[in-house]
Ligand binder design. Structure first.
Ligand code: PLP
Length: 472
């Protein structure tokens, strides 16, 4: 494994919260949850990081799975690029330190350890939706050209696809909608009817997807050429078993792609070792790079050299990009899936924020995140009988947030946010609470539950209007 991959896993694999989480045993917890929270916070090796994030006033910010807060590190790298723009103008592309020209590759390499990839397999560019378009489009083109996944050790993945079979894409009915819009469009653009070929695995409970249903769909349909799944569901926060899904896809002769928006920065990944073909994610959630910050993608090395479906000059081989040839030579790296000029100001904060996360160590972030969500779930079970936990309770099936289900979820979300506990609502009945590890304390989690309890007791949330739409 590459050194950079090792480095991000700092923390020696030990769970620094293990001694503290034993405090969650019922006796101690019922006696005094504030004392439990204080003990967990006192033992927390990441507690010092909170001071390096800006959360206004005494807000309890539990929405970092939508938009992470600013950090001193992110603002410093943004300021640096603003200064370079002012001082160097066009010269910044070559003379800034480091030069802007290879920003996509450079920050991609910094992100690679967080997803278990080699530096050339990750690039930052575009947005999730655009990256779904270009990557699903690329692999549909491969299938239509007769090329399957060719994955060593997988009998069905022999590199061949029958070009007479129109490929289907397997997704699920709890996906983030934009992904389906993009995949349907890519199918349509190739004359493939999405009504038939976007195959949708249905949830049994409206919250989670059973991996056996993905495997059953692959067994039932031999036209699936791409399995495209989330690493974590945006509503319930269910974490998927990426390696299991990738293996099932390859066994069925299909490529395995993932939308990792709800896990990168909160959960360590091993995309290369898991055999993932491609993945997309954003940087404005757990990577804390700011509103509308640049997207990111992974393409396994064995696919480098393919022609991206959405080709553009920024994905051209770097050495000859400025020769301005009218024929396109894709870069021999994930960098090929960049399209146009990278938005420097939307990439700059990521540089600082990734360094901050790497300093903390993704394994330690995951360990704290699990301890925080354990604590939250235990408090909800204990104190909020009207609220159900919609997130799987098994640790390895839980991402970074907890879905609290209540018939008045929308009103509760608004009332909580008004009272300084910033959460969000996802229809029909979910309040998402995200105690992100870098800047959330166990005392914060207790305070949020206190506020939910107070609202449910007073009924004050019932004064809020519902169904007004907008960004929540
Ligand atoms: C899981 C998931 N996929 C896709 C998207 C769309 O991302 P973008 O607007 O950056 O294209 C989002 C946005 O929040 C998301 O949460």
């Amino acid at each position: 494994m590459d050194d950079r991959r090792d480095e991000a896993r700092r923390g020696d694999g030990a769970d620094p919260y293990a001694p503290a989480t034993t405090a969650l045993d019922r006796g101690a917890f019922e006696a005094d949850p504030a004392a439990v929270a204080a003990r967990l916070d006192a033992d927390d090796p990441l507690s010092g990081l909170a001071d390096r994030f800006s959360v206004p006033g005494d807000a309890l910010y539990m929405d970092g799975n939508s938009l992470g807060p600013a950090s001193d590190a992110a603002l410093a790298s943004l300021d640096r690029v603003v200064d370079e723009w002012r001082d160097l103008l066009i010269g910044g592309w070559t003379d800034a330190d480091p030069p802007w020209f290879e920003v996509g590759e450079r920050i991609g390499a910094a992100l690679a350890p967080l997803v278990g990839a080699d530096p050339a397999e990750v690039v930052v560019g575009n947005s999730i939706t655009v990256n779904v378009h270009t990557l699903v489009g690329t692999f549909l083109d491969e299938l239509l050209a007769g090329n399957g996944p060719d994955r060593a050790g997988h009998a069905a993945a022999d590199g061949n696809w029958n070009p007479d079979v129109e490929p289907a894409v397997l997704v699920n009915d709890l996906d983030f909608p934009s992904d389906h819009y993009a995949i349907r469009a890519q199918l349509r653009q190739r004359g493939i009817d999405p009504a038939e070929k976007l195959r949708i695995v249905e949830s049994r409970d409206g919250r989670t997807i059973d991996p056996r249903d993905i495997e059953a769909a692959l067994g039932a349909h031999d036209d699936v050429g791409i399995v495209f799944m989330p690493t974590a569901l945006y509503r319930s926060g269910q974490l998927f078993d990426v390696a299991r899904i990738a293996e099932a896809a390859h066994d069925a002769g299909a490529y395995a792609g993932f939308d990792a928006a709800h896990s990168v920065g909160a959960v360590p990944h091993a995309f290369a070792d898991a055999g993932v073909d491609f993945a997309v994610w954003c940087t404005y959630k757990y990577l804390n790079a700011g509103p509308g910050s640049i997207g990111a993608l992974f393409v396994a090395e064995r696919h480098h050299g393919l022609t991206p479906a959405l080709a553009g000059w920024w994905g051209h081989e770097k050495a000859t990009q400025f020769e301005m040839n009218l024929t396109y030579t894709p870069a021999d790296s994930a960098g090929a899936w960049q399209i146009g000029t990278p938005p420097l100001l939307a990439a700059a904060p990521l540089e600082g924020s990734v360094e901050l996360l790497r300093e903390a160590g993704i394994d330690r972030i995951r360990a704290k995140s699990l301890a925080l969500t354990d604590f939250l779930i235990a408090l909800v079970d204990e104190r909020l009988p009207e609220v159900s936990v919609g997130t799987p309770r098994e640790r390895d099936a839980r991402g970074g947030h907890v879905a609290l289900e209540h018939p008045e979820a929308e009103r509760l979300s608004k009332a909580l946010t008004d009272r300084g506990a910033v959460v969000d609502f996802r229809p029909p009945n979910v309040v998402r609470v995200c105690p992100a590890a870098p800047y959330t304390s166990f005392a914060d989690v207790l305070a949020v539950v206190d506020r939910i309890e107070a609202l449910l007791e007073s009924g004050d949330h019932l004064a809020y209007a519902v169904g007004e739409g907008g960004v929540t």
